[in-house]
Design a protein around this ligand. Structure first.
Ligand SMILES: Nc1nc2c(ncn2[C@@H]2O[C@H](COP(=O)(O)OP(=O)(O)OP(=O)(O)O)[C@@H](O)[C@H]2O)c(=O)[nH]1
Ligand SMILES: [Mg+2]
Ligand SMILES: [Zn+2]
Length: 329
């Protein structure tokens, strides 16, 4: 029996693709035949259960001689998962339900400047979930050429709040270069995922950044101005050849319906997930201020004087209502 250690980069109906680390740098001792290869296998025991393993997981695998064949000096991994099992998961940094991924460092919160029109409440909801899980949210606005003024204004809202924000769009090559530069300089060794509603152009943007990916993209429905869920599974794409390089993930876009679930933290935690609120917390007149309507609320004052964007506070109010209902049960 051989052993290996690697990163789950794709999940497809119970079959997982794992990029195994290459341990030759630690000396030849302990080197296994499939080190450095991309292999497939299934979860063993409890890890066989649906949802037990996530893309992004670091796993231990074991395999026997049926997991590969040898052609001269070349090792060819079996493609059907034969002879290889995923035995254990290394402790996760975080795990999300949507997108279903583990160990994310960065989420590109992606939305279109138009077609489909942005719903900032959904954008802010995704940002809160990222912040709560200690994942850095980075705002990426697509289709900016369809609404250049709106795109710039929305980017500014998020920059003022303390986020990196990028505008991209058809024909906007300089902006694409800026974004690519950011990826090249900031994502080394990190896992980043594009997340956002179906049809905003996540796969299109990834293709423009990395033309060799050839990801499938889809039209958006003209009638309902919504995407058709073209991307169906999460997949991590390595940014370099080395096994500890950074990864970018394409994920299936969500529809409003499956993004309803938002009940895994308490309303008291909510203000902390709005990073531009944080410096004001504790300076309100009442210690138990909910920052929704109180006299002498420092956050409401900051909204009034333009320091905090009113769209961000609007999102706060509606998320607060959702969380308040939850605690009644
Ligand atoms: N005008 C314009 N259209 C774009 C842009 N980016 C993507 N599109 C179009 O938007 C549609 C949806 O693009 P996709 O890349 O499939 O969107 P997605 O976010 O990956 O969608 P799902 O996989 O369903 O989540 C396609 O028709 C694209 O050609 C853009 O910057 N400008
Ligand atoms: Mg897609
Ligand atoms: Zn307050």
């Amino acid at each position: 029996m051989y052993k290996g250690y690697g990163r789950v980069i794709k999940s497809n109906g119970g079959l997982f693709t794992v990029r195994l680390f290459d341990r030759t740098s630690e000396g030849e001792r302990g080197k296994m035949p499939l080190d450095g290869c991309t292999v497939t296998g299934r979860g063993r025991g409890a890890l066989h259960r649906k949802g037990a393993l996530l893309v992004g997981d670091l796993v231990e695998v074991s395999y026997d001689g049926t997991a590969f064949s040898q052609k001269g000096n070349e090792i060819l991994p079996a493609e059907d998962g034969a002879g290889l099992a995923l035995d254990a998961i290394t402790a996760r940094k975080n795990a999300l339900i949507r997108p279903p991924m583990a160990n994310l460092d960065v989420i590109f919160v992606t939305f279109a400047a138009a077609s489909p029109d942005p719903i900032l409440e959904t954008v802010d909801k995704l940002i809160c979930i990222a912040e709560f899980n200690r994942i850095e949210p980075i705002v990426v606005i697509t289709k900016s050429e369809l609404n250049p003024t709106g795109a710039v204004q929305m980017a500014q809202i998020y920059r003022n709040a303390g986020f990196e924000a990028f505008c991209t769009g058809l024909g906007m090559e300089a902006e694409l270069d800026t974004f690519k530069q950011y990826i090249n300089t900031h994502l080394n060794g990190k896992i980043a995922a594009f997340s956002g509603a179906s049809g905003v152009g996540k796969s299109t943007l990834l293709n423009r950044l990395f033309p060799q990916l050839h990801l499938e993209t889809g039209e958006i429905s003209r009638r309902i101005e919504r995407g058709k869920n073209t991307t169906r599974c999460v997949e991590l794409y390595p940014l370099a050849q080395t096994s500890n390089c950074g990864y970018l993930a394409d994920t299936p876009g969500f529809t409003m319906l499956d993004f309803e679930r938002f009940d895994f933290f308490e309303k008291e935690d909510l203000p902390l997930t709005f990073r531009e609120f944080v410096p004001h917390i504790g300076t309100c007149r009442y210690t138990k201020c909910s920052h929704t309507k109180e006299e002498g609320c420092a956050i409401l004052a900051a909204v009034k004087n333009g320091e905090i964007a009113s769209s961000r506070h609007q999102s706060f109010l509606s998320l607060y209502e959702i969380l308040k209902k939850k605690t009644k049960w």
